[in-house]
Design a protein around this ligand. Structure first.
Ligand code: S3P
Length: 185
């Protein structure tokens, strides 16, 4: 069950993590609970360009997608209205993206074991980087991205937990961050 406690949203809450760690599901539910605007970065990119992610990768290449992803991230995080944002798993690949995330918000890394991720993403045709043998691709990308997510303010494992427990953990860490930020002012 979600706690009854009142939470003042004074910073963006930004969810990062590998594909299939639950960023979109958790982000949407967290935004509903806090009655805050929700931005799913992948959806925003698709909305701005008008093509799907597989189309963008196929027609323009990954670099084009990453440029659009960075521009969209930067412009969304300029807003003074705090929001909940779920990012795509590769948004951490550019250091300038990580810098702006950590400057502008409270960054939460959602994690999951390889087996959990493979079970969640198997058969999904909307993720161009996971086409082929999903298990092998996930392992390769996890290895290649080791350490990329470590800049987050906190890490929360999503393997065994239901969404409400994950949200409670995020809010507990967020409240501690807000107290520490206020004390430092
Ligand atoms: C990607 C993750 C995807 C999407 C794109 C690339 C990645 O988002 O941005 O397919 O490089 O990890 P999700 O993490 O929401 O699946």
């Amino acid at each position: 069950m979600l706690t009854e406690k009142k939470h003042d949203l004074c910073h963006h809450i930004i969810l990062i993590g590998f594909m299939g760690t639950g960023k979109s599901t958790v982000g949407q539910r967290l935004a509903e609970y806090l009655q805050a605007p929700f931005i799913d970065l992948d959806h925003e990119v698709v909305h701005r360009d008008g093509r799907t992610i597989p189309e963008l990768f196929e027609q323009e290449g990954e670099g084009y997608f990453r440029d659009l992803e960075s521009k969209t991230l930067m412009s969304c995080l300029q807003s003074d209205v705090p929001c909940i944002m779920s990012t795509g798993g590769g948004a951490v690949l550019r250091s300038e993206n990580c810098e702006v995330m950590i400057q502008k918000g409270f960054v939460v890394q959602l994690t999951a074991e390889l087996e959990t991720i493979v079970a969640r993403v198997a058969g999904d045709s909307n993720r161009p980087l996971l086409q082929g043998n999903a298990s092998e691709r996930v392992q390769q990308l996890m290895d290649a991205r080791a350490g990329r997510y470590g800049f987050a303010h906190c890490q929360i494992a999503t393997d065994q937990c239901d969404v409400e427990r994950i949200i409670n953990s995020i809010l507990e860490a967020y409240d501690a961050y807000c107290c520490a930020t206020k004390a430092a002012e």
